[in-house]
Design a protein around this ligand. Structure first.
Ligand SMILES: [Zn+2]
Length: 175
């Protein structure tokens, strides 16, 4: 399997019960669907092992903004998956097979940011409460205001021109 960043053939390594693919050129890692969660928490030894494997690989200048393709599905473009409200880490996920690509340094950073699964859940809940919910509320409020205004205008016309509201008697009756 080729590295989605560098095109170099990746090395398959057995860590614990898993086989993951690492790129010895850019220090990126490929996790198949659901494998990543066996490596992501700070207390998991599997993650330590992977980090040790990657330690000796020299840093490679990479254009992380470039969209990359799934090394398994080839045609599928990986989707950026932001893991923190501050968008500190963006993992690349395949929408087709669910595999996950981590660029150099992202595993270490991820484990530091979210030592446990609860930390990640808490962070994303906080993000939803703080950033997403106010947007929804604002939209809902806007809808209500517009409805009120529409009713108000309709009411005004009802007084001025009642015959307009007799159903079926006029062209393009709106109410
Ligand atoms: Zn894929």
């Amino acid at each position: 399997m080729k590295c989605p960043r560098t095109g170099v053939i990746m090395k398959e390594v057995a860590v614990g019960h898993f086989k993951i693919d690492i790129c010895e050129s850019c220090a990126g890692i490929w996790f198949d669907h659901l494998e990543f969660e066996k490596f992501d928490e700070a207390h998991e030894k599997t993650g330590d092992e992977v980090l040790k494997l990657l330690e000796s690989i020299p840093k490679f200048p990479l254009d992380l903004n470039r969209r990359i393709h799934c090394p398994r599905c080839i045609d599928a473009v990986l989707m950026r998956r932001f893991e923190s409200p501050l968008k500190k880490i963006a993992l690349d996920e395949c929408p087709s097979c669910g595999g996950l690509w981590l660029d150099a340094g992202e595993l270490a950073e991820y484990r530091k940011l979210f030592p446990k699964e609860e930390d990640r859940k808490k962070a994303s809940q906080e993000f939803v409460n703080k950033e997403i919910m106010p947007l929804f509320k604002k939209e809902a409020q806007k809808g209500e205001d517009e409805l009120k205004q529409a009713k108000h205008i309709a009411g005004m016309f009802r007084l001025v021109c009642p015959s307009f509201y007799i159903p079926g008697k006029q062209e393009g009756a709106a109410f």
